[in-house]
Design a protein around this ligand. Structure first.
Ligand SMILES: [Zn+2]
Length: 451
């Protein structure tokens, strides 16, 4: 039998269920929003330098604090036995999500030895009966007021301008950083046995009266020792050279020059721009590649001598002062040449001078197609003006392995290889590295001598 449904019931069923569902949905989503929006955790606190268990008297510790409800206050207390002292107390009236603060132990007159450091940071939420959430770090520290002791075990008596130096030394305690400081730059050291070795350049652009290398070590407590190395700086005379830039060369290079310096209109202007401005950009790029994390191996990847391009004649040397003249013999520019120009047959095979790892390949301004190989501890070789590149960054190469072909790319007149040796990106005298006796006396004996 057919049963007819009441219209009343029908209507209730169609409108009542959605209302209940809607209320349920609202209540549930409200709970979800409340749950996720509510700030239940204390601020994140990052220390710089990070906690190492050792602190120095004058070391400044920076705190970086973050919380979505804002930072309300920070208190840093030092405790030793039953004595305590507040070294930092900041209360902020405006709740900002990121705050920074710093402290040191300079005014604590804390004696050397163990103490507790308490860092308390409150957020701006209404949790905890309106006091907010608190992050409390209680750190066991040791106050260390003694700078590390450095014992230099071997060093070169003389470093020539444009050359390289290496020292071997020990440090009395664990270090946060160590190396050779020279003219505001720190050349990092690497672990070698029980000590350290550091390879550093006497940059060409530095005068002997400015060459005062210092060995530096900073311990985990921030105490620093720095001492002048007893190394004599030797000046040397470099050769002078005249390079004619004929109109035909500018025409031959027109397309490439226009690409390097598109802002200049004539080929000569573009050439001069490439030779000066682009040269500086390229120099900076070499240092940038060397300083990039992961590009420098902490160990030497080679042994023995560095190879010269086979059957090649040296066409230009490191440090040559080049006067550029035009067809009318008028001086148009002057630059210093920072490598060896080696000429063989056109498109000659270029072998890796030593074993290492390729860290950069590509086109770089005046160098044209270029390869950089890392040999470890900041030492790299450079191969410029190539017509072909046969390796890729990351490739491990053996001494003598063919990596490309010579060419004329970049600011090269005839087919040749510009071979550079770089220390942390600074070009140094390649002839030192082609001399097995120099390498043995100045580098490998220093690395292999046990400390
Ligand atoms: Zn060159």
């Amino acid at each position: 039998m057919f049963k007819r449904r009441s219209p009343y019931r029908e209507r209730k069923a169609s409108s009542g269920v959605p209302v209940v569902a809607l209320l349920l949905f609202l209540a549930l989503s409200g709970a979800v929003v409340w749950f996720f929006m509510k700030d239940l955790t204390g601020p994140s606190v990052v220390m710089d330098p990070p906690h190492s268990g050792r602190m120095g008297v004058s070391q400044v510790v920076r705190l970086s604090m973050d919380d979505k409800s804002g930072i309300r206050s920070v208190t840093v207390t030092v405790r030793r036995g039953d004595k305590s002292m507040v070294v930092l107390k900041d209360k902020f009236s405006k709740m900002e999500p990121h705050r920074e603060a710093q402290f040191s132990l300079k005014d604590t007159q804390l004696p050397e030895g163990a103490f507790e450091l308490e860092i308390k940071v409150q957020d701006g939420s209404f949790d905890g009966f309106g006091f907010g959430n608190t992050t409390t770090l209680r750190l066991a520290e040791v106050l260390d007021a003694h700078p590390p002791q450095i014992a230099v075990k071997s060093w070169p008596q003389v470093v020539r301008r444009g050359g390289a130096g290496m020292i071997a030394y020990t440090v009395s305690e664990e270090v946060a950083s160590t190396g050779v400081k020279l003219g505001g730059t720190l050349f990092p050291s690497f672990r070698n046995g029980n000590g350290y070795v550091c390879l550093f350049p006497f940059p060409f652009g530095m005068k002997p009266g400015e060459f005062f290398p210092e060995v530096m070590a900073r311990d985990l407590a921030g105490n620093v020792t720095s001492s002048r190395l007893p190394i004599r700086a030797a000046n040397r005379t470099f050769r002078a050279d005249t390079l004619r830039i004929p109109e035909s060369f500018l025409n031959f290079k027109a397309a490439e020059l226009a690409q390097i310096c598109p802002e200049k209109s004539t080929p000569l202007e573009q050439y001069l721009c490439a030779n000066s401005k682009e040269r500086l950009t390229d120099d900076a790029k070499l240092i940038e590649v060397a300083m990039e994390k992961g590009n420098v191996s902490p160990l030497f990847l080679w042994n023995g001598r560095f190879l010269q391009l086979p059957k090649s004649a040296v066409k230009a040397r490191y440090g040559d002062l080049r006067t550029y003249v035009d067809d009318a013999r008028q001086k148009i520019d002057e630059q210093t040449h920072m490598g060896l120009d080696l000429a063989s047959v056109a498109r000659a095979d270029v072998p890796a001078s030593q074993s290492g790892r390729v860290v950069w390949t590509g086109y770089l301004g005046i160098h044209g197609n270029m390869i950089l190989i890392d040999h470890g501890m900041g030492l790299m070789t450079q191969y410029s003006h190539l017509s072909e590149i046969g390796v890729r960054p990351g490739d491990a190469v053996q001494a003598g392995q063919i990596i490309g072909k010579t060419g004329t790319t970049g600011l090269a007149g005839g087919d040749h290889l510009h071979f550079g040796v770089l220390i942390w990106g600074y070009p140094v005298e390649p002839l030192e590295w082609l001399d097995p006796k120099w390498i043995k006396n100045n580098i490998t004996d220093r690395v292999s001598a046990p400390l």
